[in-house]
Design a protein around this ligand. Sequence first.
Ligand code: SIN
Length: 291
Amino acid sequence: MTSEPTAIPEFNSFNLQPLTGSLGAEILNTDLNLASDEEIAEMQQALDHYHVLAIRDQKLEPNTFHKLARRFGPFSGNPVHVPLEGFEDVVRFTRGAEDQGPVVGEQLHMDLAWMKIPPGTTMLYGEEIPPVGGDTLFASLSAAYEGLSDAMRDLIHDLVGVHSGKGVFTLNASHATAFSVKESGQQVEEIETEHPLVCLHPGTGRKHLFISGALCRFVGMTEEESRPIIDYLLSHAQRVEYCCRLRWAPGTLTLWANHCLLHAAINDYSGQRRVVLRSTVAGIPPVAAGD
Ligand code: SIN
């Protein structure tokens, strides 16, 4: 499948402010509890183009957050985290002021990359946010792909990555104060899923890398052969010009295009409380970029 990337459209329902030259945008002065279908459709388009959308000053509770998430599409499923009581699709991540050690998601990653169909969109809503710290870092895998040389693009074009769930249950189970894990989540450790390395965003025709910390080798190659390429791509994708650091406030709702980004929670708010709601929207199987 080939196509030329589409131009960024004009939006009628809101004013949007890009956050960096590579990715990310902010929307102010809108109330998502009153959003029309046109506004939701335009937000999806904005997400396709900017990859990260921070919508400020929202008033959401688990039920309104759930309803809003489902307007962006069906739930992706989540084999690991126990949802909030009464919901299938909403998880609360809590970091208490007294909690020590790693925060949830502090390594750059893609959510649930080892699923056959990883979530297309992740939504996080800030319930309690420290006055400073606890930002989220995003790295664009579209900008990273575009920053590779032609020779490197040719070299990796047809590779298929193997994404492993090994370590996922153990890591999540270690965050006992943040959320609970499903007992059945242990099966995730056995999962290995193949995804094309160079993919096409179906909404925009833009190419992106499909990499994450779960990528362990390429089909037809050994781990030793694969590792230098994986390490290079992961470090290349973290170049500062491909990144956007998002500052939160209570009431910020952030949506991100999970399959064309890496993201990390920044662990710099020791002694402070941070509480967010998370839901994920079903994606489509990653589309190989083709010729
Ligand atoms: C996540 O990795 O999904 C959490 C990101 C955050 O809490 O900022």
